[in-house]
Design a protein around this ligand. Structure first.
Ligand SMILES: O=P(O)(O)OC[C@H]1O[C@](O)(CO)[C@@H](O)[C@@H]1O
Length: 243
C-alpha cells in the first residue's frame, strides 16, 4: 500500500485529480471504477477543470460505478446515476453510453447484478477503481462481515449507513433499505485502487484498515491484500495511526 498524506480535503482532491488525469493520458481505453459520496466530489471538480483546460479527454474512457440504491429511478436526485451525471458526466466529453451504474430500478435486481459483473469483466476489468470509505469501513456498499468472495450483489444497508446518508434525504424513512454493489471480489480484481479518506471521523477506522488485521469486520482492510493500492488521506484521517 502506498499512503500519500496530504494536509486537507483540498489537497486530497488535487492529488487524486493528478493521479486520475495521468491514468486518462496513459491508457488508450481507460476503464474507470467510480464512487459516489461526498469524498470524490472534489476530485470530480478537478477533473472537470482539467478537461475544460484541454488537458484531458474522456472520449475513449468507460466507467463502472460501485453501487446504486435498490428501487431508485435513474432521474431521482438521490440516485447515484443522477449524482454522476450532475457531478461529472455532463461536464466532460464521456459518451453517456460508455458510463455504467447498477440498475437500481431493475425488476430483478439479483439478475441485474450478475449482468453488471459480466459487463465489467467483458470490458477487460477496471483499470483504476476510486473508493471512498464509510465510517464503519465499508467500501461500495459492502457492509462489515460481507464475505470477501462476494461479487456484485444486493445488500441490506446497515442502520448506521442509512443514518449517515439520511442527510441527502427528507427523512431517515426515505433512505432505501437495500442497495446493489460491486462485491469485494469485484473491487479486488481492479488492476489498481485509489482509496480517498478525509476527516477525523474516519481516523480510527482508517488506522484499522492500514495497521489492523485483514478482517471481514472491517471491509476496507482487504485492500492490504491488493498489489497496487494508493491511499490518499488527509492529516485528520491519518491522525490515529500508530508510529
Ligand atoms: O464519502 P462519504 O460521503 O463519506 O461516503 C463514504 C462511502 O459511503 C458511501 O457513500 C455509501 O454509504 C460510499 O459510496 C462511499 O464510498
Amino acid at each position: 500500500m502506498e499512503i500519500i498524506k496530504v494536509k486537507d480535503y483540498d489537497a486530497l482532491s488535487d492529488k487524486a485529480g493528478e493521479l486520475i488525469a495521468a491514468k486518462l493520458k496513459e491508457l488508450k481505453k481507460p476503464v474507470l471504477g467510480l464512487a459516489t459520496g461526498s469524498t470524490p466530489e472534489g476530485l470530480y471538480q478537478r477533473l472537470i477543470e482539467k478537461y475544460k483546460r484541454g488537458e484531458i479527454t474522456f472520449k475513449h474512457a468507460s466507467s463502472y460505478n460501485l453501487d446504486e440504491y435498490v428501487g431508485m429511478k435513474k432521474d431521482d436526485p438521490n440516485s447515484y446515476r443522477y449524482y454522476m451525471n450532475e457531478k461529472l458526466f455532463k461536464h466532460v466529453d464521456i459518451p453517456l453510453d460508455q458510463t455504467h451504474v447498477p440498475a437500481g430500478d431493475a425488476t430483478n435486481p439479483e439478475e441485474a447484478c450478475k449482468k453488471y459483473e459480466q459487463a465489467i469483466q467483458a470490458a477487460g476489468g477496471i483499470d483504476i477503481q476510486i473508493l471512498g470509505m464509510g465510517l464503519n469501513g465499508h467500501i461500495g456498499f459492502n457492509e462489515p462481515n460481507t464475505p470477501f468472495t462476494a461479487e456484485t450483489h444486493v445488500v441490506d444497508l446497515d442502520e448506521s449507513t442509512r443514518k449517515a446518508n439520511a442527510r441527502f434525504f427528507a427523512s431517515l424513512d426515505d433512505v432505501p433499505t437495500q442497495a446493489m454493489t460491486m462485491g469485494i471480489a469485484t473491487i479486488m480484481r481492479s488492476k489498481e485502487i485509489l482509496l480517498l479518506v478525509s476527516g477525523d471521523s474516519k481516523a480510527e477506522t482508517l488506522a484499522k484498515v492500514i495497521q489492523g488485521n485483514v478482517t471481514e469486520a472491517v471491509p476496507a482492510s482487504v485492500l492490504q491484500n491488493h498489489p497496487h493500492v494508493t491511499i490518499i488521506a488527509d492529516e485528520a484521517a491519518l491522525s490515529k495511526l500508530n508510529d
